[in-house]
Design a protein. Sequence first.
Length: 243
Amino acid sequence: MEKNINELKEVITHSKRITVLTGAGISAESGVPTFRGSGGIWRNYQVTDVATPQAFARDPELVWEFYNWRRDLISKITFNPGHKALVTLEKHVNDFTLITQNVDGLHREAGSQRLLEIHGNFWEVTCTKCSKVTMDRSQNMGTLPKCSQCGGLLRPHVIWFGESLDPDIIHKAIEASQNCDLMLIVGTSGVVQPAASLAYQAKAEGAVVAEINIEQTPQSGHMDFVLTGPAGKILPMLVEDFN
Ligand code: OAD
């Protein structure tokens, strides 16, 4: 692993355009459960009960209970050295984009700015009646929270299964993936589309692709670098010369 890290540091130094894709794994060391694997959220909850528009139409109280649980959990923890290392990297690269599938808001909290939250951010809410999007950092939104403007039912401002991603945001994410020298794929199982295809698009356009994960994924075999270990340890090592 040592050799790989040093080689990747060299690539970082010579890259003018860097794009990073993160998943739940980068927040794991903060204490946020991932979705898959042992202890994963989808072991305890059914996607079809809490993460689809049909689920919300059927039982909004249950869906809000799920999001209130996650709000409560995440309001008690904070970003970790992995998130922080990406802020450092952003400061040292002219053309930098951080694409995240995470809705926990920890990249924002850490200070990342050139950030695309492709699955949304669960600290924001959308009114199902007037479509207004607002930030609300309440630990608990209550059972059926209502819009302060029109009284409509609020929903989390996230993308659920079966919903389309914001076309503008995914367009920017694709562009950043197709136009980079290096793409880092951090803490994602690489099984949810369209995020999972971004690394392949980067590679097809000639970028070096590097995976940082505690275990092998279906994408590992296509990577130029596979760094196996926790993101909170490896990412700080990659940027240590920038501090
Ligand atoms: P997953 O739970 O599918 O995958 C998390 C990945 O992080 C796994 O590959 C783990 O091996 C890895 N991992 C765990 N701890 C790590 C650590 N400390 N350092 C590095 N890697 C670590 O989460 P995602 O890939 O983010 O979508 O899932 C993608 C999407 O599926 C989510 O955005 C969510 C989910 O259903 C929606 O809700 C729409």
